[in-house]
Design a protein around this ligand. Structure first.
Ligand code: ATP
Ligand code: MG
Length: 577
């Protein structure tokens, strides 16, 4: 494709609202344009990359036995009322009415629709398993659309669904899809990790997220430095093996005045105690009911673990008015003693005594608190966020925390949708069985952004060959010169044979502009033809990944190009983990 006649509107400046590098570079490379908040046009270069990502996804999903469908983007509210999500989904669901005043929404995901399809078509266990997927535009009215394609409101997702007769079947579908995801992200050329994720009420080890490792990631993932264990910090278990504390060593609890000391820092500096000696009491509301959660002063509560423990749909921090009602004191002075709501304590607290906590009274704390003696703890459980100082819950080796971008998520759904929506079939004995579902998402447009987060330098994008809009760019420095142009076109032909379609920069621009644009757009291979080089009988080459430059003799152009393409591919392969 000729640069001259194509729509690649490169820019020198980044847009003012771009916070992360992929957003900046996607706009500067002329790949996307913003229509409105969280909604982008994919320009030709971006679309070429997206199509390559989709092709890899399609090939691997087919290999895993999934068939492609295309479900409607507009969904009737009635289906969502059947599943119960119409009430629960909140404002991310864009709802509207048609001319007959019926409720509709723009699909943020398609469990309801696919379940409706399958319950209409599947009668017998002989038709199982059903494994379907689609690649489609989704809409989620995200509270904070940001980072360009990384968290859009409109975005492209691959969503797959499996329906099986029993748990064993569902688990097989899950395992097949997990393998397919490994293949997909490996083929895309990305450094990634599959991590255990929160599986909500399903339990077991049946939710994995696939993260591209990059500093701009919104998630933190915890990986063992010795074994295979990796988990989203939301889920990462804590290896707690401590003994319960000996209460007899704790003096009687007493109140102390702590005027104006609300935070752990304020309380510890006022009372001159270590943060480890403080019990933080946080009031949450779980499905409408307040509960108290306790962690050590130097720890953070993990609300995902709280939700899992309580088997709640929704857990959120209590509003100040609720905190005041529960504790009888202003925010900052709650303590676990004498509360009338259930109290859940982090397991680690069991190993200590003689704590400081709020006194449930303004400007007052208590000293010498012993949890076993002075309060009613409903249950001890792992409720805190893991830290880099913790050990691997599997093997005890040190863990490390890194940033990741969630590009895929697989989940065993069980009967969450099939039960309320009555998606059933008859088993071998003619008995009705509720189907067991799984769902499998990949954020196609987020993959493009995360590939750039992981592969760029100060000059622009460094596309992995598998998803580059063009694997190669030919730069003609003297388009007015017929000899140079003829060699440039020969180079294009040789590259097309070796690596597919080529971007040919034949514009009447200064060489500096062409070099800058080539680096910005990030094709892995650059071949440069100019008067000087052609005079010496050579084309110049640049490997965008390594920056390494070289020459190819024009009298052996085809062979030289084939060798250079192979060399660039090798440098990419060598970089794989
Ligand atoms: P997140 O925690 O990032 O909001 P999610 O858990 O809501 O993601 P899923 O519902 O599992 O995401 O959706 C499947 C995939 O779709 C995600 O793994 C992600 O790659 C992609 N995705 C989700 N929300 C967005 C978004 N707002 N913009 C772009 N891609 C998204
Ligand atoms: Mg989300």
């Amino acid at each position: 494709m000729r640069f001259r006649s194509s729509c690649i509107p490169t820019l020198k400046e980044s847009p003012a609202d771009a916070e992360v590098i992929s957003h900046k570079l996607l706009v500067r490379a002329g790949m996307v344009r913003k229509l409105t908040s969280g909604i982008y046009t994919y320009m030709p270069l971006a679309l070429r990359s997206l199509r390559k990502i989709e092709t890899i996804v399609r090939e691997e999903m087919h290999a895993a036995g999934f068939e492609e469908v295309l479900l409607p983007a507009v969904q009737p509210g009635d289906l969502w009322k059947e599943s119960g999500r119409w009430e629960h989904y909140g404002k991310e669901l864009l709802r509207f009415k048609d001319r007959n005043d019926r409720d509709y929404c723009l699909g943020p995901t398609h469990e309801e629709v696919i379940t409706d399809v399958v319950r209409g078509e599947v009668r017998s266990y002989r038709q199982l398993p059903v494994r379907l997927y689609q690649i489609q535009t989704k809409f989620r009215d995200e509270i904070r659309p940001r980072f360009g394609l990384m968290r859009g409101r409109e975005f492209i997702m691959k969503d797959g669904y499996s329906f099986d007769l029993d748990d064993a079947g569902a688990e097989a579908s899950y395992a097949i899809c997990k393998k397919a995801y490994h293949n997909i992200f490996s083929r895309l050329g990305l450094r990634f990790r599959a991590v255990e994720a929160d599986s909500g009420s399903i339990g077991g080890n049946f939710s994995h997220e696939f993260h591209v490792l990059a500093d701009a990631g919104e998630d933190t993932i915890c990986s063992c430095t010795a074994c295979e264990y990796a988990a989203n910090v939301e889920r990462a278990e804590i290896a707690f093996k401590g003994q319960a504390a000996d209460s007899t060593q704790c003096p009687a609890m007493e109140e102390v005045a702590t005027p104006g000391a609300h935070t752990v820092e304020e309380v510890t500096s006022f009372l001159k105690v270590d943060q480890k000696q403080v019990v933080k009491t946080i009031i949450f509301v779980a499905d409408g009911k307040p509960v108290a959660v306790l962690v050590r002063g130097d720890r953070e509560v993990n609300d995902v673990k709280v939700r899992a423990l309580l088997k709640a749909e929704e857990v959120e921090l209590a509003q100040p008015s609720v905190v005041e009602k529960v504790s009888g004191a202003p925010v900052g002075f709650a303590g676990p003693q004498g509360l009338s709501v259930p109290v859940y304590a982090d397991a680690e607290l069991k190993a200590g005594t003689d704590y400081v906590a709020g006194a449930n009274k303004a400007d007052t704390h208590v000293k010498h608190l012993d949890l076993a003696r002075d309060c009613k703890v409903t249950a001890y459980a792992d409720l805190r966020v893991i830290t880099a100082a913790d050990c691997c819950p599997r093997c005890g080796a040190p863990v490390e925390l890194t940033r990741g971008i969630e590009v895929g998520h697989i989940f065993k759904l069980g009967t969450k949708y099939s039960e309320p929506m009555h998606c059933v079939c008859l088993d071998e004995n003619g008995k009705e069985q509720v189907l067991i579902m799984g769902c499998y998402g990949i954020g196609i447009s987020r993959v493009l952004a995360s590939a750039i987060e992981q592969n760029h330098d100060e000059n622009g994008i460094i596309f992995p060959p598998a998803i580059a809009p063009f694997v190669a760019e030919v730069i003609n420095l003297d388009p007015a010169d017929a000899t140079v142009s003829s060699w440039a076109e020969k180079a294009c032909k040789a590259l097309e044979d070796a690596s597919g379609e080529v971007l040919y920069d034949d514009r009447d621009e200064r060489p500096g502009i062409k070099f800058k644009d080539a680096d910005l757009v990030g094709c892995p291979i650059q071949v440069i033809l100019g008067g000087k080089g052609v005079g010496k009988g050579v084309a110049e080459t640049k490997n965008r990944l390594t920056g390494e430059k070289g020459t190819i003799a024009l009298d052996a152009l085809d062979e030289g190009i084939a060798a250079f393409v192979a060399h660039v591919n090798e440098t990419w392969n060598a970089r794989r983990p």
